[in-house]
Design a protein around this ligand. Structure first.
Ligand SMILES: Nc1nc2c(ncn2[C@@H]2O[C@H](COP(=O)(O)OP(=O)(O)OP(=O)(O)O)[C@@H](O)[C@H]2O)c(=O)[nH]1
Ligand SMILES: [Mg+2]
Length: 194
């Protein structure tokens, strides 16, 4: 399953009761606010408007569920760590991500962490990775290093080396959701072994 042939929005979820409780496994997309999670989902599915995206950070406040190839859910999680968000909303989102990661009924085929390659792995990204590794195997986790456009080849290589050093044992794939670069490699990594 290395190509996406169908992608349907299912629902936005705000609590465990809202999750679709059927047998389909999940692939989750997490990342700091504004790194381009929604843009990446649009790019991967070839649907420019599937996941709503905005230039306003912190806009996605629900877990948006998509059914992909009628076989797996993609879950677009709200971004964490947006400092300008009102404190209650920020805590609500942190809480949502925490229960989602720990939900016992979800079968996660993969957890896809998206970062901003121009910025590199931040302290928040490292903390999130530690949280993921507390409950999941390294093989289940993948880093998509987005916004690779606009970086010179030498900068890209340097940033990638730093990210790989920050996340030993985790596959890191550079992409640009905007330009569509790395789509094939990202899909191969997302579906590897599945
Ligand atoms: N240069 C560049 N900008 C990008 C890329 N991907 C996304 N962006 C921009 O980054 C901003 C945030 O993109 P979103 O896809 O909404 O990010 P998000 O992670 O879903 O944001 P939240 O849901 O608010 O946490 C938008 O202005 C996008 O146009 C990319 O590959 N390159
Ligand atoms: Mg989003």
């Amino acid at each position: 399953m290395h190509a996406i042939t169908s992608a349907e929005f299912v629902k936005g979820v705000v609590d465990p009761e809202g999750l679709p409780r059927d047998t389909l496994p999940y692939i989750a997309f997490l990342g700091r606010s504004n790194v381009g999670k929604s843009s990446t989902l649009n790019m991967l599915t070839g649907n420019g408007s599937l996941a709503r995206k905005s230039s306003r950070p912190g806009k996605t406040t629900e877990i948006n569920m998509f059914r992909i190839n009628k076989r797996v859910y993609f879950a677009d999680l709200p971004g964490y760590g947006y400092a300008k968000q009102p404190e209650p909303l920020r805590l609500h989102i942190e809480d949502m991500i925490a229960w989602y990661i720990a939900d016992r009924y979800i079968t996660h085929l993969r957890l896809v962490m998206i970062i901003d390659l121009r910025v590199g792995a931040t302290d928040l990204d490292k903390k999130m990775m530690a949280d993921l590794l507390a409950t999941h195997e390294a093989e289940q986790i993948l880093v998509l290093a987005n916004k690779a456009d606009g970086l010179k080849q030498s900068e890209l290589a340097k940033q990638l080396r730093e990210v790989q050093t920050a996340f030993p044992g985790i596959s890191v794939v550079p992409i640009s959701a905007r330009k569509g670069t790395g789509k094939k490699e990202a899909l191969m990594a997302i579906f590897a072994g599945l």
